[in-house]
Write a protein that binds this ligand. Sequence first.
Ligand code: CP3
Length: 354
Amino acid sequence: MSSLKNDRYLRALLKQPVDKTPVWVMRQAGRYLPEYREVRQKAGNFMTLCSTPELACEVTLQPLRRYDLDAAIIFSDILTVPDAMGLGLHFVAGEGPKFSKTIQNAQDIANLSVPDMEDSLGYVMDAIRLTRKEIDGKVPLIGFSGSPWTLACYMVEGGSSKDFAKVKGMMFDAPEQMHALLNVLADSVIAYLNAQIKAGAQAIMLFDTWGGALSPENYKTFSLAYMEKIVNGLIKESEGREVPVTMFTKGGGQWLEWMAETGVNGLGLDWTTDIHSARQRVGDRVTLQGNMDPCVLYASPDRVEQEVSTILEAYGNGTGHVFNLGHGIHPSVNPENMARLVDSVHRLSEKYHR
Ligand code: CP3
């Protein structure tokens, strides 16, 4: 395997000096890119795109051809894990993800088991192996998973939800049942991420999209505790390098100190947290990823650059910052604005690393 030509992203996560602030963008492979929409249409549906390694590899690499990004993220979805656990994932146009089976009671949970990684999720490992080969050491490849709590939200609700009525109902009425579900999910995620690392993932990202919907005590008990279990269960080193882990709880800005205590290398920030004060709170322990409001990309390129400048200045001097949006890029933004974002992060950040 060829050596890594650009390791800025890994270095920043390990708080080693960098020449420029590294940048990648959540959902960087996606519908805002015409070349993605073309492959997506040819594939017919989203799951075929995810489960065909050549297609997943192709769309993973698309944003790297356009932009000078410092990392790639394997093209897949967090919901492949519940799908492999037998829930039957499909996407309904305009409605997002849907499961044909949902988790409603103790028996449904008892029927779940940790899926065989090279069997039911082997297509993700094949996509990682192929992408590592094709990427040829240009930038590191990030593997990822949803947090147990976030996966449980989709599995119990059967899809996206506004109020989390069913999953929170289960949490409050039958906490032991919820813990049993979260335990089998945590074990599945550990096996899944370790298989990704063995297949060639060089860093790991945990998406806790719905942790921020919980009260502080329930966040600790039902989301953070299981992410901590995962962090402790992951392979620490691969190919002679540490495999850094980033934890992103959307809406979790008030809990950064708790999150930093889990031993992760990086914390993802959404745009509701000020990155300057976040650095003062936890910056001695972890790297911060983020945190531009994705909607800035609806403004003019000059406005995008101005916002990049503000965030770089707010973080300040030295390593420990990975530039990103505070959540995934929206499907209707102009790809030109993404070019300006990446370019201005690199150009404007040099002075903070002298
Ligand atoms: O970041 C990347 O480029 C890697 C690919 C990636 C996707 N989903 C591709 C995708 C990643 C890391 C995810 C994670 C994911 N998926 C999360 C966590 C991050 C977050 O956004 O909070 C969640 C909650 C999901 C579940 C999911 N998948 C939803 C709710 C949807 C529908 C969204 C919509 O706008 O319709 C998806 C589908 C999905 N996953 C798309 C992409 C590019 C769009 C589907 C399509 O192309 O038809």
